[in-house]
Design a protein around this ligand. Structure first.
Ligand SMILES: O=CC(=O)O
Length: 338
């Protein structure tokens, strides 16, 4: 009997053993396409007609484009599962996937990216609060701390950390910042149990904006959260607030952030994500009070290995048992219906 086919969209960099083991139960194929038009044409050509599941990475978007309605409608009906290697799956329109007949079920990585993403947020919070960046730049230019030295930074102890989005990463961050003496408040669509929020205080969105000394964005990007932080929201924040974003760039209006930084209303920021990656807003580049990291929240061997293994686990479960280990929340109910 022939093995079910798996379409590989993106590289396996670390989890070679798990990938080899997958090839014992599945035939792995790769696209010939080098861009979205070619990929859609390849979908329609019949070449993927026996594909049951696909493994996809964040960078594979350069070949397929985003998994929107147009692309999803071009996929063959045999293709039932899409295992995304990442926590955030904004490159995949989960609603378009659910609406296809039969649905294209999507999985993401629910937990294994929490530590390294929260660690990156810790780095950005401390770097931005302590205003370390201007002097780090000055040192490399042979100017020691800089002349004049930058404004003194602030200690985290006793400051209020506002967490917008209390999922796995937000909770992980809260626990880590407890050690630095920060008091955490959070806002979410729904109030969590005290355990689910690791003891953080639930507040309204406006209260979060008004009370935070540091505001950390930890929510997924979707049409409802796009530009959730913009001019009106900055105006409700304390003067001197620090903003940290390790979620997705477009949850914040970058033009509005640059204006708020220029006026001094926002003292500093720490960003791992940007609105139009890999493009970075000129107003952020020229502002030394911005600690900028090029989307490296999970850029470490241990986490990347776990993420690849987890995603391969989803593909394996799909081809052997016809279901996903960690469907995205929108698809949890769908996977039991046919
Ligand atoms: O950005 C990283 C991820 O979504 O896993």
């Amino acid at each position: 009997m022939s093995k079910p086919k798996v379409l590989q969209l993106g590289e396996i960099v670390l989890a070679h053993k798990a990938w080899e083991q997958l090839s014992e139960v599945a035939e792995i194929i790769t696209p010939n396409a080098t861009n979205r038009d070619e990929f859609i044409a390849e979908c329609k050509s019949g070449r993927f007609d026996d594909v049951v599941a696909a493994y996809r990475t964040f960078p594979s978007v350069s070949i397929t484009g985003i998994f929107d309605k147009e692309l999803v409608q071009a996929t063959p009906k045999s293709w039932r599962f899409l295992a995304h290697n990442g926590a955030g799956y904004d490159q995949v329109d989960a609603h378009a996937c659910a609406a296809r007949d039969p649905p294209l079920l999507v999985s993401n990585i629910p937990t294994v990216a929490d530590d390294s993403t929260a660690d990156t947020a810790v780095f950005l919070i401390l770097g931005a609060l302590r205003n370390l960046n201007p002097s780090m730049q000055a040192l490399r230019e042979g100017k020691w701390k800089g002349s004049p030295p930058p404004a003194l930074g602030h200690d985290p102890q006793g400051k209020t950390l506002g967490i917008l989005g209390m999922g796995g990463i937000g909770r992980n961050l809260k626990v880590k910042m407890d050690v630095f003496g920060m008091k955490a408040i959070y806002h979410n669509r729904r109030k969590m149990s005290s355990e689910g929020a690791a003891g953080a205080e639930y507040v309204s969105f406006d209260e979060l904006l008004a009370r935070s000394d540091v505001l950390s964005l930890n929510l997924p990007l979707n049409p409802k959260t796009r530009h959730i932080i913009s001019t009106a929201e900055f105006a409700k924040m304390k003067k001197g607030v620090v903003i940290v974003n390790t979620a997705r760039g477009p949850v914040m209006d970058e033009d509005a952030l640059v204006k708020a930084l220029d006026s001094g209303h926002v003292a500093s920021c720490g960003l791992d994500v940007f609105e139009e990656e890999p493009k970075v807003h000129e107003g952020l580049i020229r502002n030394p009070n911005c600690v900028l990291v090029p989307h490296m929240g999970t850029w470490c061997v241990e986490t990347q290995t776990k993420m690849e293994e987890w995603t391969i686990g989803n593909v394996r479960e799909a081809v052997t048992n016809g279901k996903l280990v960690s469907p995205v929340p929108e698809h949890v109910d769908l996977q039991w219906k046919d």
